[in-house]
Design a protein around this ligand. Sequence first.
Ligand SMILES: [Zn+2]
Length: 316
Amino acid sequence: MATSNKVIITCAVTGSIHTPTMSPYLPITPQEIAEAAIGAAEAGAAIVHLHARDPKTGKPDQRPEAFAPFLPVIKQRCNAVINLTSGGSPTMRVEERVKPAEVFKPEVASLNMGSMNFALFPMLNRYKSFKFDWEEPYLEGTRDLIFRNTFRDIEFVLKTCQNNDTRFEFECYDIGHLYSLAHFLERGLVKPPLFVQSVFGILGGIGTHPEDVMHMRRTADRLLGRENYRWSVLGAGRSQMPIAAMAASMGGNVRVGLEDSLWIGPGKLAESNAQQVSKARQIIEGRQPRRGAGNPVAERRRQGRILRLGRPQFPD
Ligand SMILES: [Zn+2]
Protein backbone atom coordinates (compact mmCIF):
# COMPACT_ATOMS: atom_id res chain seq x y z
CA MET A 1 0.00 0.00 0.00
CA ALA A 2 0.93 3.65 -0.10
CA THR A 3 4.19 4.38 1.66
CA SER A 4 3.18 7.96 2.45
CA ASN A 5 4.71 9.32 5.62
CA LYS A 6 1.95 11.88 6.02
CA VAL A 7 0.22 11.59 9.36
CA ILE A 8 -3.56 11.36 9.44
CA ILE A 9 -5.09 13.19 12.38
CA THR A 10 -8.60 12.05 13.29
CA CYS A 11 -10.63 14.19 15.65
CA ALA A 12 -13.48 12.58 17.61
CA VAL A 13 -15.37 15.65 18.72
CA THR A 14 -17.90 14.43 21.30
CA GLY A 15 -18.39 10.63 21.56
CA SER A 16 -20.55 8.98 24.20
CA ILE A 17 -18.12 8.48 27.09
CA HIS A 18 -18.07 11.92 28.67
CA THR A 19 -21.14 13.61 30.09
CA PRO A 20 -22.10 17.31 30.18
CA THR A 21 -21.15 17.74 33.85
CA MET A 22 -17.54 16.84 33.07
CA SER A 23 -16.78 19.79 30.81
CA PRO A 24 -18.62 22.89 29.63
CA TYR A 25 -16.69 22.56 26.37
CA LEU A 26 -18.11 19.15 25.38
CA PRO A 27 -20.11 19.71 22.16
CA ILE A 28 -23.76 18.83 22.70
CA THR A 29 -26.05 20.63 20.25
CA PRO A 30 -25.90 20.16 16.47
CA GLN A 31 -24.41 23.66 16.16
CA GLU A 32 -21.71 22.88 18.71
CA ILE A 33 -20.88 19.56 17.06
CA ALA A 34 -20.67 21.21 13.62
CA GLU A 35 -18.48 24.07 14.91
CA ALA A 36 -16.23 21.59 16.73
CA ALA A 37 -15.77 19.45 13.60
CA ILE A 38 -15.12 22.43 11.34
CA GLY A 39 -12.66 23.92 13.86
CA ALA A 40 -10.85 20.58 14.11
CA ALA A 41 -10.59 20.36 10.32
CA GLU A 42 -9.23 23.89 10.11
CA ALA A 43 -6.62 23.00 12.74
CA GLY A 44 -5.44 20.02 10.66
CA ALA A 45 -7.73 17.05 11.25
CA ALA A 46 -8.21 15.07 8.03
CA ILE A 47 -11.02 12.91 9.49
CA VAL A 48 -13.78 13.90 11.88
CA HIS A 49 -15.36 11.05 13.86
CA LEU A 50 -18.92 11.92 14.83
CA HIS A 51 -21.55 10.97 17.39
CA ALA A 52 -24.79 12.81 18.14
CA ARG A 53 -26.40 13.83 21.41
CA ASP A 54 -29.75 14.99 22.63
CA PRO A 55 -29.40 18.79 22.40
CA LYS A 56 -31.25 19.34 25.69
CA THR A 57 -29.65 16.74 27.95
CA GLY A 58 -26.45 15.75 26.17
CA LYS A 59 -27.41 12.07 26.28
CA PRO A 60 -25.95 10.00 23.41
CA ASP A 61 -28.54 9.78 20.62
CA GLN A 62 -27.91 7.38 17.74
CA ARG A 63 -31.05 8.14 15.72
CA PRO A 64 -30.26 9.33 12.18
CA GLU A 65 -32.50 12.34 12.91
CA ALA A 66 -30.00 13.41 15.55
CA PHE A 67 -27.16 13.44 12.98
CA ALA A 68 -29.16 15.09 10.20
CA PRO A 69 -28.91 18.71 11.44
CA PHE A 70 -25.09 18.84 11.57
CA LEU A 71 -23.88 16.57 8.76
CA PRO A 72 -24.72 18.92 5.85
CA VAL A 73 -23.20 21.89 7.69
CA ILE A 74 -19.92 20.05 8.20
CA LYS A 75 -19.88 18.79 4.61
CA GLN A 76 -20.47 22.26 3.28
CA ARG A 77 -18.03 24.15 5.45
CA CYS A 78 -14.97 21.91 5.48
CA ASN A 79 -13.52 19.09 3.46
CA ALA A 80 -12.65 16.68 6.26
CA VAL A 81 -13.58 13.04 5.72
CA ILE A 82 -16.72 12.25 7.68
CA ASN A 83 -16.53 9.17 9.89
CA LEU A 84 -19.76 8.13 11.59
CA THR A 85 -19.68 5.98 14.69
CA SER A 86 -21.21 2.52 14.59
CA GLY A 87 -20.20 2.17 18.23
CA GLY A 88 -22.83 4.65 19.36
CA SER A 89 -22.93 4.10 23.07
CA PRO A 90 -21.89 0.80 24.71
CA THR A 91 -25.46 0.48 26.04
CA MET A 92 -27.03 0.30 22.55
CA ARG A 93 -27.74 -2.70 20.29
CA VAL A 94 -25.85 -3.01 17.02
CA GLU A 95 -28.97 -2.56 14.88
CA GLU A 96 -29.45 0.86 16.43
CA ARG A 97 -25.76 1.70 16.35
CA VAL A 98 -25.30 1.13 12.62
CA LYS A 99 -28.34 3.19 11.54
CA PRO A 100 -26.59 6.53 10.88
CA ALA A 101 -23.94 4.79 8.73
CA GLU A 102 -26.69 2.88 6.92
CA VAL A 103 -28.70 6.01 6.19
CA PHE A 104 -25.98 8.58 5.44
CA LYS A 105 -23.45 6.25 3.75
CA PRO A 106 -20.35 8.06 5.03
CA GLU A 107 -16.89 7.58 3.56
CA VAL A 108 -15.78 6.03 6.85
CA ALA A 109 -17.62 4.38 9.75
CA SER A 110 -16.11 3.05 12.94
CA LEU A 111 -16.34 -0.68 13.65
CA ASN A 112 -15.60 -2.16 17.07
CA MET A 113 -13.74 -5.45 16.81
CA GLY A 114 -14.75 -7.23 20.00
CA SER A 115 -17.01 -7.51 23.02
CA MET A 116 -15.61 -6.14 26.24
CA ASN A 117 -16.25 -4.64 29.62
CA PHE A 118 -16.37 -0.91 29.02
CA ALA A 119 -15.99 0.65 32.44
CA LEU A 120 -16.70 4.32 32.94
CA PHE A 121 -17.70 4.09 36.61
CA PRO A 122 -14.29 5.20 38.01
CA MET A 123 -15.14 8.69 36.71
CA LEU A 124 -18.03 8.84 39.21
CA ASN A 125 -15.61 9.63 42.03
CA ARG A 126 -14.64 12.94 40.51
CA TYR A 127 -18.09 14.55 40.67
CA LYS A 128 -20.31 15.29 43.64
CA SER A 129 -23.39 16.12 41.63
CA PHE A 130 -24.51 15.91 38.03
CA LYS A 131 -26.23 18.38 35.77
CA PHE A 132 -28.66 15.85 34.26
CA ASP A 133 -30.51 12.85 35.74
CA TRP A 134 -29.20 10.35 33.21
CA GLU A 135 -25.50 10.89 33.84
CA GLU A 136 -24.95 9.11 37.16
CA PRO A 137 -26.92 5.91 36.34
CA TYR A 138 -25.25 5.85 32.90
CA LEU A 139 -21.77 5.80 34.46
CA GLU A 140 -22.81 3.55 37.36
CA GLY A 141 -24.35 1.06 34.92
CA THR A 142 -20.97 0.34 33.35
CA ARG A 143 -20.04 -1.76 36.41
CA ASP A 144 -22.24 -4.44 34.89
CA LEU A 145 -22.09 -3.67 31.19
CA ILE A 146 -20.77 -5.66 28.27
CA PHE A 147 -20.12 -3.62 25.15
CA ARG A 148 -21.36 -6.29 22.79
CA ASN A 149 -19.59 -6.76 19.46
CA THR A 150 -19.93 -10.43 18.58
CA PHE A 151 -18.80 -11.90 15.26
CA ARG A 152 -22.43 -11.78 14.17
CA ASP A 153 -22.65 -8.11 15.12
CA ILE A 154 -19.45 -7.27 13.22
CA GLU A 155 -20.68 -9.15 10.15
CA PHE A 156 -23.99 -7.29 10.44
CA VAL A 157 -22.22 -3.90 10.26
CA LEU A 158 -20.02 -5.06 7.37
CA LYS A 159 -23.05 -6.36 5.48
CA THR A 160 -25.16 -3.29 6.16
CA CYS A 161 -22.46 -0.99 4.77
CA GLN A 162 -21.11 -3.24 2.02
CA ASN A 163 -22.77 -1.53 -0.93
CA ASN A 164 -22.18 2.00 0.30
CA ASP A 165 -18.46 2.37 -0.43
CA THR A 166 -18.00 2.99 3.28
CA ARG A 167 -14.60 2.06 4.64
CA PHE A 168 -13.87 1.43 8.29
CA GLU A 169 -11.99 2.69 11.27
CA PHE A 170 -11.42 -0.70 12.96
CA GLU A 171 -11.40 0.03 16.67
CA CYS A 172 -9.17 -2.41 18.54
CA TYR A 173 -9.23 -2.08 22.33
CA ASP A 174 -7.17 -5.17 22.95
CA ILE A 175 -4.85 -7.67 21.30
CA GLY A 176 -7.69 -10.16 20.73
CA HIS A 177 -9.47 -7.58 18.59
CA LEU A 178 -6.54 -7.68 16.17
CA TYR A 179 -6.96 -11.43 15.90
CA SER A 180 -10.64 -10.94 15.10
CA LEU A 181 -9.74 -8.39 12.43
CA ALA A 182 -7.17 -10.81 10.98
CA HIS A 183 -9.93 -13.43 10.83
CA PHE A 184 -12.14 -11.13 8.74
CA LEU A 185 -9.17 -10.25 6.52
CA GLU A 186 -8.49 -13.94 5.96
CA ARG A 187 -12.12 -14.54 5.02
CA GLY A 188 -11.98 -11.63 2.57
CA LEU A 189 -14.79 -9.79 4.33
CA VAL A 190 -12.60 -6.73 4.90
CA LYS A 191 -10.27 -5.29 2.30
CA PRO A 192 -6.86 -3.71 2.77
CA PRO A 193 -5.65 -1.09 3.38
CA LEU A 194 -7.25 -1.43 6.80
CA PHE A 195 -7.39 1.66 8.99
CA VAL A 196 -6.69 0.26 12.45
CA GLN A 197 -7.48 2.47 15.44
CA SER A 198 -5.71 1.05 18.50
CA VAL A 199 -7.39 2.27 21.65
CA PHE A 200 -5.38 2.46 24.86
CA GLY A 201 -6.57 3.12 28.38
CA ILE A 202 -10.26 2.19 28.51
CA LEU A 203 -10.81 0.13 31.68
CA GLY A 204 -11.69 -3.30 30.31
CA GLY A 205 -9.24 -2.99 27.40
CA ILE A 206 -5.47 -2.78 27.02
CA GLY A 207 -3.57 -0.22 29.14
CA THR A 208 -1.35 2.71 28.23
CA HIS A 209 2.15 1.40 28.99
CA PRO A 210 4.69 1.85 26.18
CA GLU A 211 4.96 -1.97 26.16
CA ASP A 212 1.23 -2.11 25.36
CA VAL A 213 1.68 0.27 22.43
CA MET A 214 4.66 -1.70 21.12
CA HIS A 215 2.83 -5.01 21.52
CA MET A 216 -0.19 -3.72 19.64
CA ARG A 217 2.01 -2.52 16.77
CA ARG A 218 4.06 -5.73 16.60
CA THR A 219 0.96 -7.92 16.71
CA ALA A 220 -0.81 -5.93 14.02
CA ASP A 221 2.33 -6.17 11.84
CA ARG A 222 2.52 -9.93 12.33
CA LEU A 223 -1.17 -10.70 11.84
CA LEU A 224 -2.17 -8.20 9.17
CA GLY A 225 1.14 -7.48 7.42
CA ARG A 226 2.42 -3.92 7.63
CA GLU A 227 1.62 -3.30 3.97
CA ASN A 228 -2.05 -4.12 4.58
CA TYR A 229 -2.90 -1.51 7.18
CA ARG A 230 -2.50 2.05 8.37
CA TRP A 231 -1.99 2.29 12.08
CA SER A 232 -3.62 4.95 14.22
CA VAL A 233 -3.72 5.29 17.99
CA LEU A 234 -5.75 6.98 20.62
CA GLY A 235 -5.01 7.25 24.31
CA ALA A 236 -7.87 7.82 26.73
CA GLY A 237 -7.82 10.67 29.23
CA ARG A 238 -4.45 11.93 30.37
CA SER A 239 -2.67 9.38 28.17
CA GLN A 240 -3.92 11.08 25.01
CA MET A 241 -0.86 13.15 24.11
CA PRO A 242 1.82 10.75 25.47
CA ILE A 243 0.32 7.94 23.36
CA ALA A 244 0.07 10.27 20.37
CA ALA A 245 3.74 11.18 20.75
CA MET A 246 4.74 7.55 21.02
CA ALA A 247 2.82 6.52 17.94
CA ALA A 248 3.97 9.53 15.94
CA SER A 249 7.57 8.57 16.67
CA MET A 250 6.78 5.04 15.42
CA GLY A 251 5.25 6.23 12.16
CA GLY A 252 1.64 5.94 13.32
CA ASN A 253 -1.38 8.16 12.83
CA VAL A 254 -3.12 9.92 15.66
CA ARG A 255 -6.64 10.41 16.96
CA VAL A 256 -7.51 13.16 19.42
CA GLY A 257 -10.72 14.92 20.41
CA LEU A 258 -13.01 15.43 23.37
CA GLU A 259 -14.51 11.95 22.91
CA ASP A 260 -11.20 10.50 24.07
CA SER A 261 -9.95 13.14 26.52
CA LEU A 262 -11.35 16.34 27.99
CA TRP A 263 -7.89 17.66 28.81
CA ILE A 264 -5.20 19.77 27.21
CA GLY A 265 -2.75 19.54 30.13
CA PRO A 266 -2.63 18.40 33.75
CA GLY A 267 -5.78 19.72 35.44
CA LYS A 268 -6.60 21.90 32.44
CA LEU A 269 -9.71 21.27 30.36
CA ALA A 270 -9.38 21.57 26.59
CA GLU A 271 -11.55 24.48 25.49
CA SER A 272 -12.05 23.07 22.02
CA ASN A 273 -11.35 20.07 19.86
CA ALA A 274 -9.19 22.27 17.63
CA GLN A 275 -6.90 22.93 20.58
CA GLN A 276 -6.12 19.22 20.87
CA VAL A 277 -5.63 18.90 17.10
CA SER A 278 -3.15 21.78 17.20
CA LYS A 279 -1.26 20.16 20.04
CA ALA A 280 -1.10 16.81 18.24
CA ARG A 281 0.09 18.64 15.19
CA GLN A 282 2.91 20.28 17.13
CA ILE A 283 3.98 16.85 18.35
CA ILE A 284 3.91 15.42 14.82
CA GLU A 285 5.71 18.39 13.30
CA GLY A 286 8.31 18.13 16.06
CA ARG A 287 8.93 14.57 14.99
CA GLN A 288 9.14 15.50 11.36
CA PRO A 289 10.38 19.06 10.71
CA ARG A 290 9.34 20.57 7.41
CA ARG A 291 12.71 20.84 5.63
CA GLY A 292 10.96 21.76 2.41
CA ALA A 293 9.09 18.46 2.35
CA GLY A 294 5.74 20.14 2.82
CA ASN A 295 3.21 19.72 5.53
CA PRO A 296 3.67 16.40 7.37
CA VAL A 297 0.00 16.30 8.29
CA ALA A 298 -2.11 14.69 5.60
CA GLU A 299 -4.64 17.03 4.15
CA ARG A 300 -7.99 15.65 3.29
CA ARG A 301 -7.51 14.85 -0.38
CA ARG A 302 -4.21 13.16 0.19
CA GLN A 303 -5.47 10.94 2.96
CA GLY A 304 -8.37 9.90 0.74
CA ARG A 305 -5.75 8.34 -1.47
CA ILE A 306 -3.85 6.82 1.44
CA LEU A 307 -6.97 5.03 2.68
CA ARG A 308 -8.31 4.31 -0.82
CA LEU A 309 -11.62 5.95 -0.17
CA GLY A 310 -13.94 5.09 -2.99
CA ARG A 311 -15.83 8.31 -3.54
CA PRO A 312 -15.52 9.98 -6.94
CA GLN A 313 -14.65 13.35 -5.41
CA PHE A 314 -11.21 11.89 -4.72
CA PRO A 315 -10.12 10.91 -8.20
CA ASP A 316 -6.64 9.82 -7.17
ZN1 LIG B 1 -16.70 7.19 18.85
